[in-house]
Write a protein of this length. Sequence first.
Lengths: 332, 341
Amino acid sequence: MRTITYRDALREAIREEMLRDERVFIMGEDIAGYGGTYAVTKGLYEEFGEKRVRDTPLAEEVITGVAIGAALGGLRPILELMTINFSLLASDLLVNSAAKMRYMFGGQPSVPFVVRMPSGGGAQRAAQHSQLFETWYAHIPGLKVVMPATPYDVKGMLKAAVRDPDPVLFIEHELLYNVKGEVPDEGVEYTVPLDRGEVKRPGEDITIITFSRMLHISLQAAEDLAKEGIEAEVIDLRSIRPIDIDLLVDSVKKTNRVVIAEEGWKYYGTGQGLAALIYEHAFDYMDAPIQHVTGADVPMPYSKVLERAALPKKSDIVDAAKAIVPAALVRS
Amino acid sequence: MAISNATLAGLTRTELLEMHYKMALVRRFEEKSAEEYTRGKIGGFMHLYIGQEAVGVGSITALRPEDKILCSYREHGHALAKGMDPGAVMAELFGKITGCSKGKGGSMHMWSNELGIYGGNGIVAAQMPIAAGVAFAAHYQGQDTVIACYFGDGAVDEGAFHESLNLASVWKLPVVYICENNQYSMGMAVGKAWAVDSLLPRAAAYNIPGDQIDGMDIIAVYESMKQAVEHARNGDGPTLLEIKTYRFRGHSMTDPAYYRTREEEQQWRTTRDPIGIFEKKLLENGLATQAEFDENDAMATQVSEDAAEFADNSPDPALEELYTDVMVDNSTALTYRYERK
Ligand SMILES: Cc1ncc(C[n+]2csc(CCOP(=O)(O)OP(=O)(O)O)c2C)c(N)n1
Ligand SMILES: [Mg+2]
């Protein structure tokens, strides 16, 4: 297998799906001439032309509506919103239309489209440009919400998302685009399901449940824990809605201890939802209260020192794990 | 040529030289910011105002101190023109506690209650409905304050633009909407985004006065703004100004601007520089000397350097600042600072 970046893996997925299916097209702000704010769509305009790689005016609401309408009209749109922060301007159409149409019209229409958007903090972009809203969207019946963390997953899941008959919110992370990983050669067909998490590191002593950029930090934390005699199992959720609860329960049955690590805000968020589900399905197997590592419960500050303090760190995960693994269990 | 005491557009020599100084200050300040960004002293997104100085300085000159401005994220120039201390602006860019937003906002989020600077908004067009609200508050309280709202050509594509103009018109709000049409929204040329190539029909559509101005001519900007401000102050409602300008740099510090040619940029820089155009006009009218320009420029350079030194020597915010300012009564903020141990 080759090693490529998350960014290139995304581009390959879009390209392969466009080659496979004439109905697939991509649109967004500055995706054609500019090549995409994060250079994901670079070169696609040159290859596929204006009809299938479309720059739009700066208007999130209308372009989201257009994607929904185009899906209803028989196309397979991939919509790039420049970042998830700006999806709030489109959120009415996502929540009140895309998510509702199938149900509200008695199972008649389907809305097969993908909204791709980067999210997350860590680049000193301050309060309005560092947010994570997977939790908001995952709250909505009728949407799928995925957040792949590796080049392999991001390619396979984007291909699956394009083929999926329902609206998929495909959330990337601004700090993952340059991350490298193994991906099968171009043209070697594979997809990754939209409803399955994955054990990225097996372990016996504690389960770390995480997703998106925090996966990489959790894996580093697991290495640190291993040096101290604690073997952590790291689970990448990959999909926020639906949640692969079986995978989580299986792991908890083995480790009896859970740390949830996410970048976003704590209250009423994805992690708290997961904790509730775990208590619901695996309470009898739990030996300690679930530990929850999150970003600070404040708007993201610009200052470098404050931003660093606001983001969850490797040491936060290590500390959280050590807090619930009794000394007697630590291997020497 | 003898220096005359004549006026230009009703502005005295002192006022004209002050405008020149402010343009020079914005130019030198932005150059200094770019330098500090490259040195890693400034992070995140930073959008420079170089090339657009005549718009901010010319229009703000037509305001009274108690009038308020709302801007986009490209607002260092407006903040300086409205009188913000360059040290406080630079310290904000450095993310220091002495910055105008305590280092919590950065380049895109500058604020001053005293000076009537109501932000730097990073969401395109978000300042437009908010400006209508600030104007409504002034109107409601019987104040004759005028609100100036700045936004780019890209903001025109958003629903908020249309909704704001309509409401401001229907309610006759004292707001001047100033579109700085610098020809691009990021890489999108305005010609590809707008269905009409002028804002005049859009002003007409909302039944408000509109004007199209050469934004490289500070006097033209000032005169048009003056009229719009008077209109608003007299209770006659909003105006939409389309000020044609050009950003000499990329969209932000990381934009190599591949979507336009270096020749196009060069053409604007050499023939349409707003500072050069203003200097020429002042010289031609015998209102100032080259020596006075040089003096202004030297002072602007010095002030910018002092600002950077001040910012560099200022302390970072204390870690406790992470949790302050969430709410007015911050004890009501749901915070788990005590849980982090
Ligand atoms: C709602 C929203 N969508 C997208 C963006 C990303 N973005 C930031 S600036 C910008 C271009 C805006 O161009 P324009 O309004 O012309 O202002 P200029 O940058 O030229 O001053 C875009 C697309 C944003 N900040 N907010
Ligand atoms: Mg513009």
